[in-house]
Design a protein around this ligand. Sequence first.
Ligand code: ADP
Ligand code: MG
Ligand code: MG
Length: 922
Amino acid sequence: MPNATIRKPSSKSSSNGVASGGSNGFTPHIISGKATPSKLQAHKMVFYFGSTRTEGNAGLKALLGGKGANLADMCQIGLPVPPGFTITTDTCAAYYRAGQRLPVGLMNEVHKYVNQLEKETGKKFGSAENPLLVSVRSGAAVSMPGMMDTILNLGLTDAAVEGLAKVTGNRRFAYDSYRRLINMFGDVVMGVDHERFEHAFDHIKAKYKAATDTDVPEQGIVELCEAYKEVFRKKVGETFPQNPFKQLELAIEAVFKSWNGERAVAYRRLSNIQGLHGTAVNIQTMVFGNMGEDSGTGVAFTRNPSTGDNKFYGEFLINAQGEDVVAGIRTPISCDEMPKWNKTVYGQLLKIKGKLEKHYREMQDIEFTIERGRLYMLQTRTGKRTGFAAVKIACDMVKEKLITEKQALVRIPAGDLTQLLLPSFDPTKKKLATLLARGLPASPGAAVGKPAFTAADAVKRKQNGESVILVRKETSPEDVEGMHKAAGILTSTGGMTSHAAVVARGWGKCCVVGAGDLHIDAKNETITVRGKVITRHDVISIDGSTGEVMVGAIPTVEPKLSGDFSTIMRWSDKYRRLQIRTNADTPADARRARDFGAIGIGLCRTEHMFFEGQRIKSVRKMILAETREEREEYLAELLPHQRDDFVGIFTAMKGLPVTIRLIDPPLHEFLPQDEKSQAELARAMGVTPEKVRQRVAQLHEANPMLGHRGCRLCVTFPEILVMQVRAIVEAMLDCVANGIKAMPEIMHPLVGSRKELEWLRRMTLETIDAVKKEKGWQKRIDIPIGTMIEVPRAALTADEIAHEAEFFSFGTNDLTQMTFGYSRDDINTFLPDYLHKELLDADPFQTIDQSGVGQLVRMGLERGRATNPKLKVGICGEHGGDPKSVHFFHRAGLDYVSCSPYRVPIARLAAAQAVILAESNK
Ligand code: ADP
Ligand code: MG
Ligand code: MG
């Protein structure tokens, strides 16, 4: 028997995953278009799968859930699957619509299907001769590992357990299955605290002087069942149900309920899963991995989910039932060792790997059980993988001719590319570090932080700005919030398929599991390794690519990009139409973005340069100045700095266009708000502190985001515009003189009317001319002048504004702010409520609101181009690096998107995906 206490099936996991695309969710293929049931199926609540007949298929994921659809599919392709049936997700929705009541007629249907199962298996539900046992399993359309409930061995009663003992000739096994059922059913269905059962088990173990569960003799297990039933009766107030159909009905309802359990809701929120209406329920004939040394159970990936290597990769336990593997209590054996135990089964698994990959043309994540040497498949789904693995598997499968280049591109979650671009530990510094322990490299990355021993502590400390590593013996679905907040996750038990490993990989979070040398004392908040003690105040570094756990904060270095990464980028460039620019304010950012493939700067924020070094002093003096002459004097101090900055950026961009936005934020953002700095400024300017204080107060605005900012500043203080334009032109001429091609474009922010831009344009052109004359420049100077479209009025009157602009760049941050009337800086006070109540699909500042803000984008583009067909149109808000938004901008017909340097590869891939998806939607 397994050396394991049972755990509620809900608090383990196996990666239940259709590629949910990590946290950045590019998930075009989760729910197939075929999912809409035909008319005939519209009211069908139950679908059978088995060797006699199979009603479902892989196309019905929305209706049957991922698990149910794929169980049916595996039956269709002739894999050994224990027969069963699936209750649809629509039925779950109906259950909730009816105020949490099972739909009329459901249990009748269930009866019919149980009868059919009885026919196929030759067993009888509740029989005292040869009982049929089933598992009752949850399974939504999108994978939610371990977040909902499953019950095994259902159908056992006082009578049936004797029947099971008789047919198997193994009474201990029969009663061991029974005690597992009472425990799981009590815990999951009736809410009896698992500890109570544990306690009863300890009592029996003590009585029989058994060190582990497996040492308890048959008589002890029989007594244990009695004790468990007593725990059940005491806590529930009724005896353990002896009618198997009653058990089944209650279990079905419990699975429906778990759809809205705390864990499931939190997971959907953190993983951005929306728009589903319930879970399916799978009722499946039990097979037993706990029947002896010739039985076992395991989970595997058809390829390595961490690196992408094309090698069958799994873990199994001998003489164990399902959840023992993933619960992380017994450390599982690698499947590489399996041939020593059973060569035939291993061979069968490798054959199945080939068959599944050929069928799904995707890496699969499977669950299997071996009952007395016979292999059964219990689950298959698209395996969650790291960004590295996603890229490698996609490239390999193209080479293997399993998929096309285009298929390869759409299946890589664009956002997950970030993982490949993230820094890793500096190898030279790592050599010098003290190695604390070595675990399994569950999910790549380099995380540095202080240990947090509970999920709640991790959440709290992260909120206070601390970087923490969540350190647990093992994680469970209750921990997801803390896991999400932590910089990395470290566990001492569990394997590569444990809960921590699977969830972390799905999110692309650094994770090391099974570092067995660590003695974690959560109560006293210490980790002890060979006498060395680490507390919550000590910094540790964990390397998710190697499994190393080290003392201290190890410095990181930039990544080396793999050949596969370049291949993906090359294919992306081949298919995409959108151009990708970057938002960069420094030569270093500009260079990085160019290396990542940006073909220009779409947004260079000039005011970022105002804060550097001594410049802020000149800026402040300029702002406090009372006359134009005085202001010009301080602006003259700034001019050379600004010019040098531009020279640096032009040089870094080597002839690529650079869109420079003139000053944007309200002036008070530059001023010192505290008394001490105000006094300092007063001294520097030779005025009284009172004067500074007054001026700061004067510049205070009730609504600065709608106040004196953007081009409005230049309307009031044209000398600012003059200085900035002069700096740009002088920098350009300097570059040209040094043989460097410079291609500035001048962009006016926050424009709302044609007259405004007309005036700004004239000022700009006059300044360019003046500089040209001054420098005796004979040739033409071509500096396109354009505007941001970020005030709704600008989008509405884009046809008028386009008369004055050579380009538009949508500032979707401000445009979102002003369209929704949501303050960007204050939205977090209520956004969580809106997301939680599903009143918003996503944070509109991260993913563009297509129907509202998007409409202004489409309108602005259309009207602008009606006036000026050659108008170049792009977008430079945060949305430029968000895959879903990039898809929208492609469809809207923009020329380019501009995003932060690290997002450039994401945008390149997303832009290609947009083209491919549009083709397949035709
Ligand atoms: P999860 O989605 O959380 O993995 P599952 O419904 O897949 O939950 O099941 C939990 C565990 O029970 C898995 O290890 C699975 O393989 C095992 N299991 C489920 N149904 C059966 C069955 N009919 N026979 C044997 N083991 C089963
Ligand atoms: Mg499973
Ligand atoms: Mg703006």
